[in-house]
Design a binder for this molecule. Structure first.
Ligand code: SF4
Length: 218
């Protein structure tokens, strides 16, 4: 009998707990590869489709399963999750199975594609999400709420749990927060920076004689 080859997900990074991208304490998975190239994107290290690490979806699911019991949700970002639709579908199928078995957590996904495009091409994937933040980042627009980079991006609840946790919550004015993680010789800034934060960070470091190289925001 021919063995089926495993389905791979190309991942930029994974981290937990993430506290700045959705409700509560979460797992964060950043997909590798994004063809949208939004001006002002702070995650340019996720653009190259051949970058990151190819990992079997089963391995990513096992990593998440070992953590999710103590956490509130999973945030999928990138990169562009919908540019790996097969891997995304398999991942979401695993998450939904855990939810049906009684684990309470939400799945929030970012995408740079418009909601109507996602509805047209990826409706079955949307059915497996609790909330979605679609639309490309628009540098020329005001910032969005605490979990959104620009005001054109909407926070759309897609399930009863999504409505409970996200219905209107992101609209409250609040300061944006960032997390810092250090792993594998990299320093990761996690979250949605306020406008000018990254330039201010570089200026502060430069004033102390430290130049930042290979940063993801330029
Ligand atoms: S902001 Fe998001 S959708 Fe836009 S280029 Fe960056 S990763 Fe891609």
């Amino acid at each position: 009998m021919k063995r089926q080859s495993p389905l791979f997900l190309r991942l930029n990074k994974a981290h937990s707990p993430v506290t700045v991208l959705g409700h509560g304490r979460r797992i964060g998975l950043w997909f590798q590869g994004c063809s949208l190239r939004c001006k002002g994107c702070v995650s340019q290290d996720t653009w190259e489709a051949g970058g990151g690490m190819p990992l079997p979806v089963a391995e990513v699911l096992a990593w998440c399963r070992a953590r999710i019991g103590a956490l509130d949700g999973i945030t999928l970002s990138g990169g562009e999750p919908f540019e790996q639709p097969e891997a995304l579908s398999a991942l979401l199928g695993g998450f939904r199975a855990w939810q049906r078995s009684g684990l309470v957590f939400d799945v929030l996904c970012y995408s740079g594609y418009p909601f109507k495009t996602l509805r047209r091409h990826h409706a079955p994937l949307l059915e497996k999400l609790d909330a979605l933040i679609p639309e490309p980042y628009a540098e020329s627009l005001p910032q969005g709420g605490i979990w959104r980079g620009s005001a054109n991006q909407t926070l759309i609840p897609l399930s009863p749990l999504g409505i409970e946790r996200y219905g209107g919550k992101d609209e409250a004015p609040a300061e944006k927060n960032m997390q810092v993680a250090i792993a594998g010789g990299r320093v990761w800034m996690i979250g949605i920076p306020a406008r000018g934060d990254m330039a201010a960070l570089e200026a502060l470091c430069a004033a102390r004689g430290l130049s930042l190289e290979q940063v993801s925001w330029r």
